[in-house]
Structure formats: C-alpha cells, structure tokens
Design a protein around this ligand. Structure first.
Ligand SMILES: NC(=O)c1ccc[n+]([C@@H]2O[C@H](COP(=O)([O-])OP(=O)(O)OC[C@H]3O[C@@H](n4cnc5c(N)ncnc54)[C@H](O)[C@@H]3O)[C@@H](O)[C@H]2O)c1
Length: 232
C-alpha cells in the first residue's frame, strides 16, 4: 500500500506538533505548515500563513508536486485574542476568524480533489469554547462555533469520498505553566489534557477504523464541560 500523506497546519508546536509526531510514528508521510519555522525531519516543514488564500494555494500545489497525494488534512492552526468587547478591534476580530475559521474553508477547497482521489479524511480543531465561554473571548468562541458548523457542512458536501470530523479539546497543557493539583483534580478524568491525548484521537479519526464516522464532533476535555458548577 502506498504511504499515506497528511498535512497538519499549526504543526510547529503544541497540539499540531504532537499530531504530526503521532502520524509520522504511525507510518504517515507528514507535511507540517506553520507561519513560524517548524523543525523539519521527520516532516516536510513549510512556512505558510494558512489564512492567506495564495499561500494555501501554493501549499497544496506543493503537496501535489512533492508528495503526489493527500490522505489526511488536519486543520489545527489557531489562536486566541482575549480582550474586553469594547477594546476588540475589527482587525483583531477579522484576524482570529481568518486563521481559526476561514483557513479551513481555504484548505478544504484547495485540497478537495486530492482528498477525493485518496478517499481521505479531514479533522478540524475546534474547542469546547464552541459551546461555552469565559468573558472577553468573543472572537475565539465565534470562530470555533463557526468551525464546528463548517465541519459538518464539509462532511455533507465531500462525502462519500471524504470524511470530515471535528475535535474539540478542553484544557490541553502545551508549554505554558504546569497545571497545579487543584486544576488537575477539577477534571472528572483527574487531570488536565496532554497534546498526545488529542493526537491519538486525530490518528483514529483519520484511520480506517473511523470509516462510519463523519460530520461528528469529539470532545476531549477530561469531562470538564459535563461538570455542573454552582456557587459555593
Ligand atoms: N491548548 C488548548 O488548551 C486548546 C484547547 C482547545 C482548542 N485548542 C486549539 O487547538 C489548536 C492548537 O492549539 P495549541 O494549544 O497547540 O496552540 P499553539 O499556539 O501552541 O500552536 C498553534 C500553532 O499554530 C500556528 N499558527 C497560528 N496561526 C497560524 C496561521 N495563520 N498560519 C499558520 N500557522 C499558524 C502557530 O504558529 C503555532 O505554531 C488551536 O486551533 C487551538 O485553538 C487548543
């Protein structure tokens, strides 16, 4: 069987880097795209801003030319702006939407032919914040809610050749301060998440065992969003 090819956006660090490492370890040929320089081997690293239409076109043309196929697309690049509503500029709103939502439209559109040819799969990276919020997170929550809806729209349009699913992580510790004991214990699962937790779910969703799974959302949040909270 030919080696499967995956493109992972935002793969220079954090969850994207763990997904790329997991897929490479599982035998995939991996291409990592990030606006920051990413370590290469074992991946092919491309520096690209996935909110930019021309950059996404060039990225997918490069995959066609160099890898010749695309079996898995992981739309993971994203960031948060946390600001009071009154201070959030339209430019900031637009830039969060451009990376966290519009990039998946651009990537899926540019990758459609290759994904259909390979009978491939797409995984998008939303957030439990698509469903629940802290104050001052309007642009991020809106982008992730939009991404969740875009994911099921794509699943319906690209089937039956291409499956599209959405992963919504909760708190995943990726390089920031180490969570304390209370923060771990807050989660019904007894701990804060790790990037490898998300990578394992993405690997399964891209693989043949998930053949009957499309248009779905998978929360991986240690149960935090199922916990009912009242004031003491
Ligand atoms: N860490 C969490 O707790 C958590 C929870 C829920 C959802 N998420 C989502 O998971 C994804 C990864 O999060 P993370 O914690 O690993 O973040 P991170 O900041 O560690 O990594 C994100 C990567 O995306 C890249 N990136 C950002 N904008 C880009 C663009 N326009 N073009 C190309 N690359 C771009 C960054 O350079 C960075 O390498 C994001 O979409 C985030 O919203 C994370």
């Amino acid at each position: 069987m030919a080696q499967r090819v995956a493109l992972i956006t935002g793969g220079a660090r954090g969850i994207g880097a763990a997904v790329a490492a997991r897929l490479a370890n599982d035998g995939w040929r991996t291409v990592v795209a990030d606006r920051d320089a990413a370590p290469a081997a074992p991946h092919r690293a491309v520096q690209a801003d996935v909110s930019d239409e021309a950059a996404v076109g060039a990225l997918l043309a490069g995959v066609r030319a160099q890898e010749g196929r695309l079996d898995g697309l992981v739309c993971n690049a994203g960031f948060m702006v946390r600001k009071p509503l009154r201070d959030l500029t339209l430019a900031e709103w637009n830039s969060v939407l451009a990376t966290n939502l519009t990039s998946t439209f651009l990537l899926a559109r540019a990758a459609e032919t290759m994904l259909r040819e390979a009978r491939g799969a797409v995984v998008t990276m939303a957030s439990t914040r698509a469903h629940m919020s802290e104050p001052d997170t309007e642009s991020y929550s809106a982008s992730k809610g939009g991404l969740l809806a875009l994911s099921h729209a794509l699943a319906v349009s690209l089937g039956p050749e291409v499956r599209v699913n959405c992963v919504s992580p909760g708190w995943i510790a990726t390089g920031g301060p180490e969570p304390n004991a209370e923060e771990h214990a807050f989660h019904p699962a007894g701990r804060v998440g790790r990037a490898e937790d998300i990578a394992a779910l993405v690997a399964w969703l891209l693989g043949p065992e998930a053949g009957f799974v499309t248009g779905a959302e998978f929360l991986s949040d240690g149960g935090a969003s199922r916990k009912m909270i009242y004031p003491e």
